[in-house]
Design a protein around this ligand. Structure first.
Ligand code: MEV
Length: 439
């Protein structure tokens, strides 16, 4: 069987499911049942989800949890998180509670600039091109007016436009490099529409430019697209307290604790292998809120990791220090987010998540997301430098093992009691279950 198909998109949903089931499963009826089990009985709601993407066959559930008690700039938030990994929400909640009693988190949006580029080829005199660009710049911007009018009413729009000569890196390669303010929307569609119009006008104007020779008149537009690298759309999140205030039940020596956290961060700053995992821990928090609020986690991931490499070497996003008896822990990350447009007004759970957060502006959401990332990082570093990560992780993960083995209530009770005082590992739990089930 070669598993290829023509016209799959033209099949009905039922036909698509049947084709998949017959093609890939020894027991097609079971596969069909599993796929349909996740359909929503509310036909309208199901249709809404079917139409988010193409070739839909069912819904893929992820749990949505709440990390309460996030005190950010003096205001409490309950943060909705969508993630499959056990212990992430618990860790965020634990960190939130810890810092709520130590002054809470501070967050500041440093800037909100988005970027887009028209990449084009120009075969000619770059000085003439610059003169041409200076002459037509206002025409280029004016040509986007019908697209930018609404955004301008909201205080946004194109904030700058420049010509960049990239021929040192690639023959004939130039760019229109534009910056944008997109207020509460992530702005991808807005930016891309503006760029495509700029490209069209650029090509037309070049064709009519008297000073250009025939080759120069023929500008080749290669592509027009926003950049997901947004180093000037950055939010800072931070916590600090006196070192002795870090003390609590499991932190008996706060000085040692603070020093270990700083050492762990220093290691992530100099060692890329550690930095990637360190930053992954931050993204556990960031992505979970991004998903819950219907934002584009791929865009954020791409931009954040590029930012983590901006010095030329991949490094930690967060930083820590002890100075004059004060422990400080902070991070700055680029986040291009929206709280209007896209999924935010379409997906009922996204609307719910935004409502739980008090219908934040994009800037407020940037603050919440960055704080959740920092809290997650603090929780991970706290575990790593004290008990080790597995203790807490396995405590939460045990439920997955119990589900995998379809344990009943009585078995669960015995297993949980046993592992209150014994080290949890996958194999230890599995062999305990097997022993329990021995006749
Ligand atoms: C696991 O999802 C995340 C951690 O590995 C992060 C870290 O090592 O800092 C625990």
């Amino acid at each position: 069987m070669n598993n290829s198909v023509a016209g799959f998109s033209k099949l009905t949903k039922e036909e698509k499911i049947n084709w998949i089931a017959n093609e890939y499963f020894a027991k097609p009826a079971e596969a069909v049942a599993t796929i349909k089990q996740y359909w929503n009985s509310d036909v309208k709601l199901q249709q809404l989800h079917d139409e988010f993407i193409e070739n839909t066959i069912t819904n893929f559930y992820l749990p949505m949890g709440i990390a309460p008690n996030f005190l950010i700039n003096g205001k409490y938030y309950s943060v909705p998180m969508v993630i499959e990994e056990s212990s992430v929400v618990a860790a965020a909640a634990k960190s939130a509670k810890f810092w709520a009693t130590r002054g809470g988190f501070k967050a500041t949006v440093l800037n909100t600039e988005k970027i887009g580029q028209v990449h084009f080829l120009f075969n000619g005199d770059s000085v003439k091109l610059q003169r041409f660009f200076d002459a037509v710049k206002q025409t280029l911007i004016a040509s986007t007016e019908s697209i930018t009018a609404n955004m301008q009413k909201r205080g946004g729009g194109i904030t700058s436009l420049e010509l960049r000569n990239k021929t040192g890196e690639l023959e004939h390669y130039f760019q229109l490099h534009a910056t944008f303010e997109t207020k509460d929307s992530m702005g991808a569609n807005f930016i891309n529409s503006c760029l495509e119009q700029l490209a069209k006008t650029l090509k037309q104007e070049a064709q009519n430019h008297a000073d250009f020779n025939e080759a120069e008149k023929e500008i080749t537009i290669v592509m027009s697209i926003l950049s997901n690298y947004v180093p000037n759309c950055v939010v800072r999140a931070e916590v600090s307290c006196r070192v002795e205030e870090l003390a609590e039940k499991k932190i008996e020596n706060p000085q040692l604790f603070a020093e270990k956290i700083v050492q762990a961060v220093n290691i992530a700053e100099v060692e890329p292998f550690r930095a990637v995992t360190h930053n992954k821990g931050i993204m556990n928090g960031v992505d979970a809120v991004i998903l819950a609020t219907g934002n584009d986690f791929r865009a954020v991931e791409a931009g954040v990791h590029a930012y983590a490499s901006r010095s030329g070497k991949y490094s930690s996003l967060s930083h820590a220090k002890i100075e004059n008896g004060i422990f400080s822990f902070w991070m700055e990350i680029p986040l291009a987010l929206g709280t209007v447009g896209g999924l935010t007004s379409l997906h009922p759970l996204v609307k719910t998540a935004l409502e739980i957060l008090g219908k934040p502006s994009a800037q407020e959401l940037m603050q919440i997301v960055a704080v959740t990332g920092l809290a997650q990082n603090f929780a991970a570093l706290r575990s790593l430098t004290t008990t080790g990560i597995q203790e807490g992780h396995m405590k939460m993960h045990i439920n997955n093992i119990l589900n995998q083995y379809q344990t009943n209530a009585e078995e669960r009770k015995m297993i949980k009691t046993h592992f209150e005082n014994n080290t949890i590992s996958h194999s230890a739990v599995v062999s305990f279950i097997e022993n329990l089930r021995k006749p």
